[in-house]
Design a binder for this molecule. Sequence first.
Ligand code: SAH
Ligand code: TMP
Length: 392
Amino acid sequence: MSFGRMPIANAFLRGKAEFATEYFYELKPALCPACKCFQIVEIPRPEQMFHDHYAYFASTSSVMSRHFAAMAQDLMARYLTGPDPFVTEIGSNDGITLQNFAKAGLRHLGIEPSANVADAARARGVATLSAFFGVETATSIVAEHGNADLFIATNTMHHIEDINAVAAGVAILLKPSGVMIQEDPYLGDMVEDCAYDQVYAEHMYIWSITALNNAFGRHGLEVFHVEHNHHHGGCMRYHLGRKGFRPPSPELNAALAKEQSLGLDRPDTYDRFKARCEESRDRLMALIDGYKRQGKRVVGYGATAKSATVINWCGITPDHLDWISDSTPAKQNTFSPGAHIPVVAPERFRAEPPDAAVLFAWNHFNEIDAKERSWRDAGGKWILPVRKVEAI
Ligand code: SAH
Ligand code: TMP
């Protein structure tokens, strides 16, 4: 299927002068019949997406900060009980996860190509290498620091086109007993919930256990355990090790059986998904148009990366949304990619409370709804843009 012409999701424009040279690609997801990976077909160059003004600072969300602090404690107890362990992470961003290992005094190294977020990590005391991870990086890390006990990639393995370069690098970097932890939005949730906004260029793969095993199996690695959580709309945490080193857990076997029953490896599953996406789009536009016809003010809340897919595919324009409020300073006073809706600071939301707000950051519902309770008590409505599309 095609979601049409798309801009880079995090490419907020700093002024009208940038509109004419904006970069677009066609967002076309597909299922690989060989490895069962759900992926997009036309992929922009990584330098278009990850650079010195990358807009996503993971620590903006206090919920995610707590989530990764808990993950770090769990991983230390499970896998890092030996002498002088060494922890590595790709997509370490602003240090949201590694800061926990740094505070515990463990040897660690983040690998993060986006220079501005890498600087934020260093300011937190997190050792960070500015690089794209692959065989070369892995080899030089081993030469300098030795092999790693842990390799973490949260919300990052869906960003990297050359999976084989990462998997080959992991095979070089890890000790024989070493463990890789991957966590990102799960294909099973996306399909079940029709959360199509998970798909955009930075999310070029939406992973499943089946696809991950096929990809990493070529490099002698396999998934031996999984844990599901509800962050970012439903994520899977995969624990991978060298083939045969650890037995498959009961949780893994149960999750694999569920993948079979969801039909994640079958094309007809995605024919149905496409039809549901189209229904979802029509319902959202009918809701927004309904408010506009009554002369109400509608805005957006959370200029999320995934909002680019919803906004540009559904055809939401500045005529529908006056502005989008976002708490990330780097996104404020910019224009949203593609549709060019102004992005403003949350103070605007307080100063000019709208009648309805499309909650593009729906995955942070509890945190945001608690923050904006007085607005909702006074009659403000959230419009939920995907999954169950409704005004509440
Ligand atoms: N781990 C954090 C941040 C995820 S954002 C979290 O879970 O919230 C993804 C990060 O991956 C970005 O900071 C991006 O710059 C980085 N990245 C993209 N390609 C990469 C590569 N090839 N190697 C290492 N990091 C990469
Ligand atoms: P994410 O869904 O990729 O984590 O992005 C969340 C976006 O929403 C990010 O740009 C910050 C913004 N946001 C707010 O504006 N207010 C909030 O309270 C939260 C949690 C996020």
